[in-house]
Design a binder for this molecule. Sequence first.
Ligand SMILES: NC(=O)c1ccc[n+]([C@@H]2O[C@H](COP(=O)([O-])OP(=O)(O)OC[C@H]3O[C@@H](n4cnc5c(N)ncnc54)[C@H](OP(=O)(O)O)[C@@H]3O)[C@@H](O)[C@H]2O)c1
Length: 317
Amino acid sequence: MKEKNILVFGGSGQIGRNLIRKLTQKNHRVTAVTRNLHKKGYILKTQGNPGYIDIVEKNIFDEKHLAEIIKNKDICINLVGILFEKKNNTFNNIHINFPSILAKICKENNLEQFIHISALGIDSAKDSKYAESKLKGENEIKKNFQEATIIRPSIVYSVDDNFSTNLMSLINNLPFFPVYYNGETKFMPIHCSDLTEIILKIIEEKICSNIIECVGPDEINFKEILITLMKLIDKKKYIIPFPLPIAKMTAKFFEFFPNPLLTIDQLNLLKYDNVLSGNLKSNIDINYVCELKFENEVKKYCHMWKEHGEYSKEKIN
Ligand SMILES: NC(=O)c1ccc[n+]([C@@H]2O[C@H](COP(=O)([O-])OP(=O)(O)OC[C@H]3O[C@@H](n4cnc5c(N)ncnc54)[C@H](OP(=O)(O)O)[C@@H]3O)[C@@H](O)[C@H]2O)c1
């Protein structure tokens, strides 16, 4: 396949870094956009060989600048997303307004492909602002760039995630582990590397005009995830189901913090299973079956949370 000029938004995140490494290994030229070159520049710079990666600092809402960097690109990939709102970083701005503008400018500049990362389960999570905004964002994209490919992953994990790593830190630090909805919410965690292979496949096979749900091989509920992690790091804590009113109070309290552990909106989202809908195409339909299993993969990096590991609570005498 001919090498492409690929513009990536949100490239400094977990999925973005893994993806840029793979794109540049395949000789594609990547332009990564960040809000903060000083903070994210060195992270991005090391994801590709010199000559294969350009980094630009831009305000993603500046349409004039967007048009400048989009022209002459072949493909645009949008990985920008947030889990909670902060000042102007609202769900409306990040998940609806930005992808809508981006898709419009990409279409005006005749890009070959527009690939957008949305999220699994957003059709059913009616009372989550996060889900509602992701869904509206998808609709805006489809209006502005009909051939766009939208990817809906279940929870994405790797050594660079904010999921398995945060849970192992919490297991280390909490005397017991509170769970909501009895820990029965189901997930199909997908390894970051599998997800980025799927994105590569979408590029290489020029898969367009699709919504693709992306899931890993395990269907596992939240309580089972905790039990797996506890087993992997040899730390046993009691798992205690929290009644919803108490859960809501704790979430309200956490919302005062700059990076809340849990928000009311996330609590609402947690109510809904995060599994294949059955109505849409999935990675299996495009002939990519994920084989990386949650327990096997976390086993490779969990040692840092085990006794005497870097993030373990015990002190070494
Ligand atoms: N991780 C998961 O489990 C998961 C599951 C389903 C869907 N997704 C979706 O997949 C996408 C990527 O996820 P991820 O886990 O890689 O995310 P991440 O690690 O949190 O990174 C998010 C990226 O968004 C950018 N960003 C955030 N606010 C921004 C703003 N106001 N202006 C410009 N850029 C902004 C950041 O770029 P800079 O700081 O460099 O500007 C960062 O690189 C997101 O859309 C997310 O919703 C993730």
